[in-house]
Ligand binder design. Sequence first.
Ligand code: SF4
Length: 305
Amino acid sequence: MEKIVKEILKLKEDRNAIILAHNYQRPEVQDIADFVEDSYGLAKQAAKTKASVIVFCGVDFMAETASILNPDKKVLIPDLNAKCPLACMLSTEDLIKKKKEYPDAEVVLYINTHAIHKAYADCICTSSNAVKIVNSMNSDTVIFGPDMNLTHYVQKRTNKKLVQVPDNGLCPTHHMISELEISLVKEKHPNAKLVVHPETTPDVQELADHIASTGGIVNYCKNSSDKEFIIGTENGIIHRLEKECPGKKFYPISPNVICKNMKFHTLEKVLDSLKNYQFEVKVPDEIAEKARKAINRMIEITEKS
Ligand code: SF4
């Protein structure tokens, strides 16, 4: 492993490349990345990097977002199989139909969508800024999707009327987390705080001490005076939590809460990606231009204090 890490670091320098990794990546991939963050953090890193090449260790829509923000840079994804099932649940037909039904409503789409759909949106959001983005829209009704659990989370925190698109969009990984499993972990660790992602189901959200994006989960655990936490999101984040919060304990809800799509990238594939400039992610100009407006509007609103 040491040899391959050295090769990656050397090639990264030669190529003037940056490696961005999502919090759900394999531990060894997180460890060689320049930045390990949530979707919003990675989009911001992609927007401001001076590197010529971005190797994106995340799923397809994240690499597309980096490419949209950097049309003149090479954006690479080490394995093309890394796709997000939630993003695949939204269809163009669903979106057009909803827009016809609610012609005055603005469209806010979760960053977990493909570029073609972002092009239809007035603004993008992530789980860390969704409430702020929805509250900033001009219309009282907002078409929102694709994750119905995130819609539930935002609807409870806004006076706007949200219209879900598609009807049943969900993240299969977060949907695995159940009340029963939580109660079993709580029995073993009665003093641990329960921290969950807003992609979990409403009944799981009800049980939580804190609900946040993966970046928000890291901040909460870092700043809390508590020492033990039950983590209600994809288990990959526990590696980062253990690194950044020494002396604290983190318990997964179940060993099965794994997004296999996030685990396709390995060190070998990252090395091949840098060596052979593979696999390049490009978004057609016409789609990228429209999607960029929606992404930049999100960044503007989020950065406004
Ligand atoms: Fe998509 Fe869920 Fe996997 Fe994230 S954890 S990439 S939302 S399937």
